[in-house]
Write a protein that binds this ligand. Structure first.
Ligand code: TXA
Ligand code: MG
Length: 364
């Protein structure tokens, strides 16, 4: 496994003072960074038509709603709203941008977002709606935020069977990005009370649908190659998959996707090459760029250009997370040969942003 460069420590480790709401840190550099995390009054409400309508309005406004599926509770956000998706990472304190599963109501909705292959179609017909997630090549026009798939050109899609999850998806009318509704590193929640214990004060709403039937997460199957690969075992078994596809169409090995969590511990943080890295050479922690570099600013460090490239002019880490992959793609499209990135603090979402940037800089 490739070694990551050592973490960069900012002087604010000594000098930072948490805001009473735990949302603002003043660093020793004298800059104020908003972490994008504010205290939420988390409502716990039973599933009903009225509360599903309320949940939908929260999602449309960019908020976070935990909801039951037949596997585990998911922490949902509008998958097409990068800021909302960034809030998922903040709320879960996920130290890296693991790609998220987008949930949709129907098989057709899934294949409008990810490329349908014969293998994917066979699996969808057999196991959707249900405890299965397919990893597919993202369709060019898919409106899913780049952060949802952590900048990858493959997206994970699931059509859950849970009746109330279905109702929420239909009422919302678009894809909902949802990892398991637990703090990073903790076990997945199979009851609303588990979600509250883990995330109360950090999200807007928990829809209580009682205990999840299975409690085991969905089986994740990559369908982008010639043979299907089980990336994570789950609710649909290998034997069931073979019965549908035939043994020849299923890779006997378990794949090792980027950042996949098994028992909630990332097993492959070293799969750097699979993550999106720009074509340009990337230099981090730069306050003054060399003449041949394009500088991407953050906070008080202004970027290059008439309309300066910046992850966030106000030093908002949530905004920076939401923009990160889009901006790297945009600079690649411009053919930028060398990109320099302003220092990003290691607080809050900054840890995930720096993790991704270091991987992108190391992948050569
Ligand atoms: O049952 C489930 O799958 C639950 C419910 C809420 O749907 N969700 C869930 O999400 O377990 P999460 O985020 O805890 O785990 C999803 C895993 C992640 O570890 C991620 O690495 C992998 O799916 N994944 C997502 N998108 C991927 C992609 N494009 N390529 C490879 N792996 C991907
Ligand atoms: Mg999880």
């Amino acid at each position: 496994m490739r070694q990551l460069p050592a973490r960069i420590h900012y002087p604010d480790a000594a000098g930072k003072t948490p805001h009473p709401m735990d949302s603002i840190y003043r660093s020793a550099l004298g800059t104020t960074f908003r972490l994008g995390y504010e205290m939420h009054m988390t409502k716990l409400l039973p599933l009903s038509d009225e509360n599903i309508a309320f949940a939908t309005s929260i999602l449309r406004g960019g908020g976070l709603v935990a909801f039951p599926t037949e596997t585990v509770y998911g922490l949902g956000a509008d998958a097409c709203n990068a800021n909302a998706v960034a809030s998922i990472f903040t709320a879960k304190k996920r130290p890296e941008f693991n790609p998220l599963i987008s949930h949709v109501a129907t098989i057709d909705a899934a294949f409008a977002l990810g490329r349908k292959t014969p293998i994917a179609a066979a699996l969808a017909t057999a196991f959707w709606p249900g405890p299965m997630t397919l990893v597919l090549t993202r369709e060019d026009h898919a409106p899913i935020a780049k952060l949802t798939s952590a900048g990858l050109d493959k997206i994970a899609l699931r059509v859950p069977a849970h009746a109330e999850a279905q109702r929420l998806l239909t009422t919302f009318g678009g894809p909902i990005a949802a990892p398991s509704a637990n703090m990073s590193g903790k076990i997945s929640p199979s009851r609303a009370t588990h979600v509250m214990r883990s995330l109360a004060g950090r999200i807007d709403l928990v829809l209580d649908g009682g205990a999840c039937k299975s409690g085991v997460e969905s089986t994740i199957i990559d369908c982008t190659g010639e043979r299907a690969i089980v990336l994570r075992p789950g609710g649909v078994t290998r034997d069931e998959i073979i019965r549908v596809l035939g043994a020849a169409n299923l890779d006997p090995d378990t794949g090792n996707p980027p950042g996949l969590e098994i028992n909630n511990a990332p097993v492959s943080p070293g799969q750097l090459a699979s993550h999106y890295a720009p074509n340009a050479a990337l230099r981090l922690d730069v306050e003054t760029a060399a003449t041949d570099e394009i500088l991407v600013g953050f906070g008080t460090t202004a970027g290059s250009g008439k309309q300066p490239f910046t992850l966030s002019a106000t030093g908002d880490l949530n905004e920076a997370a939401a923009k990160l992959f889009d901006l790297l793609h945009q600079l690649d499209a411009l053919g930028a040969p060398k990109i320099a990135i302003a220092p990003i603090p290691e607080t809050g979402l900054g840890e995930a942003i720096n993790d991704r940037l270091r991987r992108a800089a190391a992948t050569r």
